[in-house]
Write a protein that binds this ligand. Structure first.
Ligand SMILES: Cc1cc2nc3c(=O)[nH]c(=O)nc-3n(C[C@H](O)[C@H](O)[C@H](O)COP(=O)(O)OP(=O)(O)OC[C@H]3O[C@@H](n4cnc5c(N)ncnc54)[C@H](O)[C@@H]3O)c2cc1C
Length: 401
């Protein structure tokens, strides 16, 4: 658990409670647990089950559907703490989708769908851990997706391909983003996109969904897949929200989610700094602790300052996000994600350097934080695309796409 320095952000009583409860749960999962999950490429089922038992998977679900009815201000604390506890980015990512994929259902789903699914999600019994958006031919240009859902009587028939889709192995349902009108036939490229809920096991069983895990080097406890849909049929009422408006409905709420990603980066950065500081104090070379050397001290201190700066921005925005909307929050969310990922990377790099040769030894964990910190600069949005938002929407620079 990260305890470096004095916390520079004042927490509300509710946020304080969230922090204590999450710390308490996380204390049951030590460094060895996370090291082993990463080494074995194993999803942290016990950890996720424990969070579900305590109701944390329903943190954003309204109380009337059995959830905790909390908001962004609480979730940033929760996810920062999960990452800082020792699990790093992987711990937060293990449940990130499980929390956020039900948001479109809460906001745009039919009453029947909400009553059928949300109480189970809140209890941890129903997992909607996967969001299928990215495609090989579209990448960051999400409106160029080609996966198509064709209406056929009381069903939609889905064909196409997705890539990098996380946690399909831990999901009962996949929230799938597909075109229902080709890009060439809409007046605005953001139109003609819809969201569907796909029963993963059913689709795998009848062979209309096939999936391959993508071998990767970071966040190994959380798996990502390439997916192929071959005449996958889903009932018409699997449509979430309004047909053709799925892109807008998916994006609505994205700023809040981006702040939470920033918080996950902050937790990882705090964890790395704590590990670096502990080692700098205990390792003696030339008859003195290596922490006495400014070459060791300064990168850690600089990373700490950067994490704290990003934290101010993240928490300030998270505390007002429910009242404000539009470009102001979008700018803060994108800047927070950008700064927090850079700070996490600097922190993990400093922690590795502080450890000398042991910086790459698995048993000291910092190499794992470093791999994860590198990943935070790529997902769920690349640093470049986050900066594009600021350049275009805040500074009034021309669009690059
Ligand atoms: C581990 C992992 C888990 C993931 N999980 C999911 C998931 O669950 N669901 C899902 O839908 N997706 C998921 N993704 C996909 C992820 O969101 C994308 O990888 C990411 O958005 C970048 O897209 P891309 O990889 O296609 O890069 P590309 O779009 O091909 O970009 C390549 C490079 O070009 C840069 N670039 C492109 N266009 C511009 C521009 N206009 N200006 C400046 N730079 C530009 C990018 O910043 C990047 O550096 C995951 C990815 C990873 C690695």
């Amino acid at each position: 658990m990260a305890t470096v320095g004095t916390d520079t952000v004042a927490l509300s009583a509710q946020q304080q409670l969230v922090r204590e409860s999450i710390r308490d749960i996380c204390s049951e999962f030590d460094d060895e647990y996370w090291r082993e999950k990463d080494r074995a490429n194993e999803y942290p089922t016990e950890f996720v089950t424990k969070l579900g038992e305590h109701g944390w998977l329903g943190v954003l679900i309204p109380e009337e559907y059995g959830g905790a009815g909390m908001g962004t201000a609480e979730v940033v604390v929760m996810m920062e703490e999960l990452a800082a506890s020792g699990g790093g980015f992987a711990a937060a990512q293990a449940i990130h989708g499980g929390i956020y994929n039900s948001v479109p259902i809460v906001r745009y789903g039919s009453e029947e769908l909400k009553e059928r699914l949300l109480p189970g999600v809140a209890d941890g019994d129903v997992a909607i851990q996967s969001l299928g958006l990215t495609e090989p031919n579209a990448g960051s240009d999400s409106t160029s997706i080609e996966t198509f859902a064709e209406k056929d009587g009381e069903e939609y028939v889905i064909n196409g391909q997705k890539i990098w889709i996380s946690r399909v192995d831990a999901s009962d349902y996949l929230l799938l983003v597909a075109r229902t009108t080709p890009k060439s036939s809409v007046d605005k490229r953001t139109k003609g996109i819809s969201m569907f809920l796909v029963d993963v096991q059913e689709a795998l069983d009848d062979g209309t969904l096939t999936m391959n895990a993508i071998p990767k080097s970071a966040s190994n406890a959380v798996h990502a897949y390439e997916l192929w849909f071959d005449d996958l049929c889903v009932p018409a009422d699997s449509l979430v929200g309004e047909r053709g408006n799925g892109f807008y409905q998916l994006l609505d709420g994205l700023n809040e989610e981006r702040l939470v990603i920033a918080a996950e980066c902050l937790g990882l950065g705090e964890l790395a700094i704590q590990k670096g500081v502990d080692y700098a104090n205990e390792r003696t070379v030339f008859d003195r602790p290596i922490g006495k050397n400014q070459a060791i001290q300064h990168p850690l201190a600089k990373a700490y300052a950067e994490v704290q700066a990003a934290k101010q921005l993240t928490y300030n925005a998270a505390n007002v996000v429910d009242e404000e909307t539009g470009t102001a929050v979008g700018a803060q969310a994108n800047m927070a994600k950008y700064l927090a990922a850079e700070a996490a990377f600097a922190a993990a790099d400093a922690a590795v350097q502080t450890h000398g040769g042991f910086g790459v030894a698995r048993e000291y964990d910092v190499e794992r934080y470093f791999r994860e910190a590198r990943l935070t600069r790529l997902v769920p949005i690349t640093q470049e695309l986050a900066l594009n938002y600021v350049g275009e929407n805040v500074l009034g620079l021309p669009r690059s796409y």
